[in-house]
Design a protein around this ligand. Structure first.
Ligand SMILES: *[C@@H]1O[C@H](CO)[C@@H](O)[C@H](O)[C@H]1NC(C)=O
Ligand SMILES: *[C@@H]1O[C@H](CO)[C@@H](O)[C@H](O)[C@H]1NC(C)=O
Length: 231
């Protein structure tokens, strides 16, 4: 029996009450299905789903927010991934090269940023002496370092003031390990470009001459506008 004939037979053999029931049930069913489809489409459109990306680094020198007892951020905005740039700055804070003094510095730096009305500590990641790398805002969170670049870059700060302090090789090596992981996890494009902060914000010191002199330690460094860096 063809489908339309089958349906006509059912309708003919149904009572008034049954027909009325159907008439009410049909729009409800259609609404439900539409809503389910809409929710499914919306969930798929959320870039990276709306949560923080946890970097899959399991090294004794890598400390997540929980490890350094970070305060909760006031607000989180997410980056659209992948991004194409990495900006290197410094905190212009006290230098540290041991775990607990560096954790203490992290707490002081976060407090200073939030006291100035920021949502959280500024950069995505920070690095202390001896290569202790700290999760700052995190991998896919919009950072606060150079206004016009925040939406398109991952920002990393050396802890200390490298106009006077000296960086060590572990700091460069561990940042490069972190950046490789960020490429693997599609936070960064594989052809990303890395700049010192003073290259994109001319006539400033950050990250300090002892780092800008050693930018060749970063394979993705582009030296354009390095003359804008004060020494
Ligand atoms: C990097 O790769 C993307 C595509 O993956 C391309 O659109 C972009 O132009 C490349 N950028 C550079 C600087 O080569
Ligand atoms: C380098 O400087 C030129 C001229 O001021 C500017 O147009 C360009 O955007 C700068 N490049 C970067 C990466 O900031």
């Amino acid at each position: 029996m063809p489908f339309p004939v089958y349906v006509r037979n059912i309708v003919k053999n149904s009572s008034r009450a049954e027909k009325l029931c159907c008439l009410v049930a049909l729009p409800v069913l259609i609404t439900c299905v539409t809503l389910i489809v809409l929710f499914a489409v919306q969930a798929n459109n959320n870039p990276e789903a709306l949560h923080s990306v946890t970097v899959g680094l399991k090294e004794p020198w890598y400390l997540r927010r929980g490890d350094w007892h970070a305060m909760s951020p006031h607000r989180i905005e997410f980056l659209e991934l992948p991004v194409s740039y990495v900006i290197i700055g410094h905190a212009a804070s006290h230098y540290c090269n041991q775990l607990y003094p560096c954790i203490e510095q992290m707490l002081l730096i976060q407090e200073a940023f939030m006291r100035r009305g920021m949502n959280d500590i500024g950069p995505n990641f920070l690095v202390g002496g001896n290569g202790y790398v700290f999760e700052g805002r995190g991998a896919n969170v919009l950072g606060a370092m150079v206004t016009s670049w925040n939406k398109k870059s991952i920002t990393i700060m050396f802890m200390g003031n490298y106009v006077v302090d000296m960086p060590d090789q572990a700091q460069f090596d561990h940042i490069n390990v972190l950046l490789d992981v960020l490429v693997k996890e599609r936070v960064l494009r594989s052809n990303y470009t890395l700049y010192a902060q003073c290259q994109v914000k001319p006539h400033t010191y950050a990250p300090g001459r002892h780092i800008t002199e050693r930018m060749k330690n970063f394979p993705h460094w582009n030296p354009v506008n390095i003359s804008g860096c004060l020494i």
